[in-house]
Ligand binder design. Structure first.
Ligand code: NAD
Length: 296
């Protein structure tokens, strides 16, 4: 396969994702505004263009992996007239649903196929090509994009029309933020009641309190040796990224009129935790904040 694929935004996630496409035989040309991202892309063996126009010239596929909605709207706005009609444009960033829908609309008049395809799996999943993609867009765009996404991930879910991928991502991460806080609170209460971490784990992990935040990402050291709690809460999934996703969920709740009181409270707690300068720790480290103990 030698389809020219432009990859715009080769930071922590985009770098390894672009490298996996190149390993799979795609002719990848990368572009990024950051010098360190460009150097890293070169170390990965990627060809790097000096401008976006050069990167996307004759590309049949363009993938963007950028920080936020404003970056995606600006890059897609430029792309619209730079690429040939019928090209496939996939955004893998995590952005707000309204911007994602706007981005699709912007391209619609130019005859391009478009997908929003945010990911879960973090940098580890990006390196190992084991990401999960949540995809929004038309059936024909999905059919064109699936073979590309399969080279960077192991599960590709078509969630619906434009914006549905972003909607699925923020709904899932709102569950995750709320459930992590619930699990943390239960451990804090257990400590006060003289119940050991292991005893609570052994009961809850096989009872109705069972959930991913407990059994895969247990926020106290010991019961799940691979969880970030055993490595000083090194991320993993940084609290600042959880705050970003919970904020996107609240924006979407506001604009759609959904009532999400627990999502709002979770966002507030992660905001306070982030304001303590702890945004770089794993999101399960919020247990220290809930205990009222200084974060280590
Ligand atoms: P990052 O900051 O490492 O990478 C983003 C890159 O985009 C940077 O290198 C930046 O220079 C580049 N960029 C910004 N504007 C640009 C432009 N106009 N043209 C070209 N390049 C431009 O961020 P990341 O960790 O790779 O995350 C990217 C997206 O993936 C974010 O939306 C994030 O929320 C999401 N995400 C991240 C993770 C994670 O664990 N890091 C997990 C899931 C989803």
């Amino acid at each position: 396969m030698a389809e020219k694929t432009a990859f715009i935004g080769v930071g922590n996630m985009g770098g390894p994702m672009a490298a996996n496409l190149a390993k799979a035989g795609f002719e990848v040309v990368a572009f990024d505004l950051s010098r360190s991202a460009v150097e890293d892309a070169k170390r990965r063996g990627l060809t790097v263009a000096g401008s976006m126009a050069e990167a996307v010239k004759d590309a049949s596929v363009v993938v963007t992996m950028l920080p936020a909605g404003q970056h995606v709207l600006s890059v897609w706005g430029e792309l619209a007239s730079l690429i040939g009609s019928g090209a496939l444009v996939i955004d893998c960033s995590t952005i707000d649903v309204d911007s994602a829908r706007k981005a699709h609309e912007m391209m619609a008049g130019h005859g391009h196929l478009t997908l929003d395809a945010p990911v879960s799996g973090g940098t580890g999943g990006a390196e190992a090509a084991t990401l999960t993609f949540m995809v929004g867009g038309s059936k024909s765009a999905f059919a064109a994009g699936e073979p590309v996404l399969e080279r960077m991930g192991k599960k590709i879910v078509h969630c619906g029309e434009a914006g549905a991928g972003q909607a699925a991502k923020i709904c899932n991460n709102m569950i995750l933020g709320i459930s992590m806080l619930g699990v943390c609170e239960a451990f804090v209460l257990a400590e006060k009641l003289g119940l050991s971490h292991q005893a609570l784990y052994d009961v809850a992990s096989t009872s109705s309190g069972q959930c991913w935040s407990l059994t895969t990402y247990c926020p106290v050291p010991g019961p799940v040796p691979t969880s970030p709690a055993n490595k000083g809460y090194m991320p993993g999934f940084a609290a600042a990224l959880m705050l970003k996703d919970l904020s996107l969920a609240q924006e979407a709740a506001l604009s759609s009129g959904a009532s999400t009181p627990l999502g709002a409270e979770a966002r507030q707690l992660y905001k306070l935790y982030d304001q303590l300068g702890e945004g770089g720790r794993d999101f399960s480290g919020i247990i220290d904040f809930l205990r009222g103990s200084p974060c280590k």
